[in-house]
Design a protein. Structure first.
Length: 430
């Protein structure tokens, strides 16, 4: 699809060869801003700016301190702008709070059986599907048309010009509580920036990590971040489920700090350097140095068995995957043998975590890194950047219907330009 100026992203008008896009990954442990040039003809993405700093004022994906969160954003954006040597005003942002949820809505309309399905019929079913959703307490973040069906049985990707008596549509909706989103949008506004697009973190990570066959056959991306674990399931080429758990790598770090009576900074260092998701016999024989909390003098170092550290980590890792397994079971995916799991996010780098995931989930598991944007800088080939990079793919390959919420929070179709807007969207994407 064309990168439309209506997306309100900066366009280089002097040469008209590329557009400038910026993504902002707002996490509980980090804030990362990436700036890229996207060529107008072939949609090649070139990263030109990078900013990264520790996150403050964000906990479990939710804003807890407006001022600190705003400062974290400003620092990351400023660093990216300096590297790119240009300023930005609009961003693609992620949403990762544990209150994300989704549902699939099925809608059917009657057709005129003496004429083929037209674009006006498509517009009608899209419009009616969204109008059925009355959700005044939530922001509708995603509206993804999945499967079209004709005569209540045949699944088709493009129903235009086919004859049928009925047309059905399955549409995936992704929701996030309006008050929590307002807090997130406030810190963007406080930084004198605007939101161009928004997406769930797990969805963006899936776009950057999954191969096309995984999307078709069925796969779940488990993005383990600092404060949350995002779950996104694909099947038949479309996302079918979004969820987020209120646990992540920071919980492991906290457990280590409490269990070994050390600072959170030192606990994080121990997790990265010595951490593992399972215990081996050799861990009983090795020792690690632990600084007691409040003391940084080398004379105060305690030596403890490495097994003490591992025994703290293991239960929390198992708990995370048990929670993921419960979500998969709720969706009827627990016992689907060909459904695989892809781990990504910063905490997926923990040694041994893939093996534990495979054991608890009883599925094929692989580690996912951003692989769907070629020629990115080497330092970005890291699972902790899956969301930030995936948001570029979300922006330039959108297959979504984008209604605009009314002031009351319900869907107001009049705000999106009516039938012409819907027809334009369908022509671009099918």
């Amino acid at each position: 699809m064309q990168i439309d100026v209506k997306m309100e992203l900066k366009v280089n008008h002097s040469f008209a060869k590329y557009s400038t896009l910026a993504t902002l990954d707002i996490g509980s442990s980090k804030v990362c801003c990436l700036i890229a040039h996207v060529t107008s003809r072939d949609k090649k993405i070139e990263i030109v700016g990078y900013g990264y700093n520790a996150s403050k004022g964000i906990k479990n994906g939710v804003v807890t301190d407006i001022n600190q969160a705003t400062l974290s954003i400003c620092n990351a954006v400023e660093d990216a702008e300096q590297q790119a040597k240009e300023s930005i005003s609009k961003l693609i942002i992620n949403i990762s709070g544990d209150k994300t949820n989704s549902l699939i809505n099925h809608h059917v309309i009657q057709l005129h059986k003496n004429r083929p399905i037209s674009e006006a019929d498509i517009a009608k079913i899209l419009q009616q599907s969204v109008s059925k959703i009355k959700n005044t307490d939530n922001e509708i973040v995603h509206c993804v048309p999945m499967n079209y069906t004709i005569d209540k049985k045949e699944v088709v990707k493009d129903p235009r010009n086919l004859y049928a008596e009925t047309l059905g549509l399955d549409m995936l909706f992704g929701f996030y509580p309006s008050p929590l989103y307002k807090n997130l949008s406030n810190i963007i506004e406080n930084a004198h920036l605007e939101v161009a697009l928004r997406t769930f973190s797990g969805y963006a990570s899936a776009l950057s990590c999954l191969v096309e066959d995984e999307k078709e056959i069925g796969a779940t991306v488990v993005d383990i971040g600092g404060g949350t674990t995002s779950i996104t399931t694909f099947k038949n080429g479309f996302p079918v489920y979004f969820a987020t758990l209120p646990v992540g790598g920071n919980n492991i770090t906290s457990d280590i700090a409490w269990g070994l009576t050390t600072s959170f900074a030192h606990a994080e260092d121990l997790k990265i350097r010595h951490g593992c998701a399972f215990l081996i016999t050799q861990d009983e024989l090795q020792t690690i140095d632990v600084y007691p909390v409040g003391e940084e003098d080398d004379n105060s170092i305690r030596q403890v068995p490495k097994s003490d550290l591992i025994n703290i980590i293991v239960p929390r890792v198992e708990e995370i995957f048990e929670m993921v397994a419960k979500k998969l079971e709720e969706q009827g995916l627990k016992d689907v043998t060909n459904h695989r799991v892809v781990l990504t996010g910063g905490c997926s780098s923990l040694s041994g975590i893939r093996d534990v995931a495979a054991l608890v989930l009883n599925k094929q598991v692989r580690l996912g890194i951003p692989r769907n944007i070629p020629n990115i800088p080497t330092y970005l080939y890291d699972p902790k950047f899956s969301t930030a990079l995936g948001m570029f793919l979300f922006a330039i390959n959108r297959k979504e219907y984008h209604p605009a919420p009314s002031s009351a929070g319900a869907i107001n179709l009049g705000n999106i330009g009516g039938i012409k807007k819907i027809l334009g969207w369908f022509k671009q994407n099918y």
